[in-house]
Design a protein. Structure first.
Lengths: 296, 296
């Protein structure tokens, strides 16, 4: 864990009560996966993190190469072979008596944790059961979903609703009624061999980017467009994408089984390709690449 | 500051990085004012705090009387005569490897700070300049604004926009295009002696409740209804209500002066009445009432 300019044990790391990251959800973050001690699509994650920072009018105290070096150091210190590495930038603390966000000193926090499968490894391999939620996803006209942020009240509320319906998680629709995203993942539907994923009101996920690239490599028709919830409920196959699990089969939606209830053929092909390519070093940057020049 | 069951110095108080209050804005809060060592409308604040807790599906570890005793103790320890006392309940920390909000132990935090005027005392007395923002307020269909929460990304973004326009703060409209609220305050408009305040997509503020009660006492027509932004820009008078400043004159909107640029007559009457009644003990509960039975 890197916080306030030094490395500490993650369990010891705490932030001041008055940090606006806590008080006003005034922070952005990103999460990059490490497999076999190599980052996946690190440049995409760093570029997005810097876009999120600019979008929230925060100011990064570090350049992208400096952040990469800190993330690598966090992984190295953790001793983990497979990890999720998270970086955050909070607005920081107001000067006393003020509530002017321009006067805050932004706070950078990073840490490495054991690789996390979004719904546990077994479910992520065998398929998850999603609930199309009645809770509306926060509109990008209010908080732009492209800037990775922690405005999760709608997502958490939708999760509770999903659990009550016996589902593993929720997927939410935007104010236009079209599919948006779920808590920490993007959604894809497949019908008659054509794949589609929502174009707007969702995070431009790096797992989503990877899935789109794999579809193109495999000549599978893929569109980013408006996707209606009935297309998910009536899909031949569906899958989620997330840094925590890659490409994850969705096998049930609102109690209805998709296909025969096993991960679909097209989905399985993408999952296999995703992991084969990752093992072969696709978009990989060794953590060690940043460790030669050690910084405290 | 009361956190994790004990009292500490506010500047020392920190929360774990992994608290979902920090990571997912998964907390609710409330803020009650203390003037001359008496709480204002304490019961209204406690009732709303418990509604916010239930609305976010959190579970309070304390009853309303227990919370009141903790708040009183925070004020007493602070030595403050005039204070803002805040209470928070966060979801807490996920068990390792889980992201199931049902498994978290909720964390209660309270503290007393010196009384805060939302825009400084001078501006709160002489009038503030508001900017009707182009940023949309988060819809209550996504995160219910009646449950006092920290989903402030839209509010902060709107504040930056307001500052760029030379204004003191922003007021936002909901997805229906009607006025909603600003960062930490409700908005009222007055035209031809009639007062109105938005009915939906806003916090049911306790300062708002007080202003409505004062209007009724004074036989000033008051409506809670849909209020369009042009009604603010074209108002005879306008005011904001907040725990941090009570009833606060708005004298300019988007660069246009309301009336003659001084606080309006109706507004001034309500401001004077508000403070006269507060000094006279209106809706006041002495902090000392909860201090006989001291608890550590």
């Amino acid at each position: 864990m890197f916080i306030d300019g030094s490395y500490v044990s993650p369990t010891e790391a705490r932030i001041p009560i008055f940090d606006t990251g806590f008080l006003h959800a005034d922070l952005v973050y990103d999460a990059v996966s490490v497999w076999d001690r190599a980052f996946f699509k690190l440049d995409s994650h760093l570029a997005r993190f810097l876009r999120s920072i600019a979008g929230f009018r925060l100011i990064s105290p570090y350049t992208a190469p400096q952040i990469a070096a800190i993330l690598a150091r966090c992984v190295d210190r953790s001793g983990l072979r497979h990890a999720i590495v998270r970086m955050h930038l909070t607005r920081g603390t107001y000067p006393e008596g003020s509530r002017d966000p321009r006067l805050c000193e932004n706070r950078f926090i990073a840490h490495a944790l054991p690789y996390l499968w979004l719904w546990g490894e077994e479910k992520c391999r065998n398929g998850v059961h999603l609930h199309v939620s009645s809770v509306e996803r926060i509109s990008s006209r209010a908080v732009d979903a492209r800037f990775k942020n922690f405005h999760w009240g709608d997502l958490t509320s939708a999760q509770f609703e999903a659990f009550e319906h016996g589902c593993d998680d929720a997927v939410l629709c935007g104010p236009d009624g079209a599919l948006a995203e779920g808590p920490g993942y993007n959604i894809f539907v497949a019908k008659d061999g054509h794949v589609a994923t929502p174009a707007t009101n969702c995070l431009e996920g790096i797992g989503r980017e990877a899935a789109i690239e794999l579809c193109r490599m495999e000549d599978i028709p893929i569109e980013t467009r408006t996707v209606q919830p009935h297309e998910l409920r009536g899909a031949d196959e569906a899958f989620a994408t997330s840094t925590g699990g890659g490409i994850i089969p969705v096998t049930r939606v609102n109690g209805r089984t998709l296909g025969n209830g096993a991960p679909g053929l097209l989905t399985s092909r993408l999952v296999d390709l995703y992991w084969a390519k990752r093992r072969a070093g696709w978009c990989a940057t060794p953590v060690s690449a940043f460790l030669s020049d050690r910084q405290e």
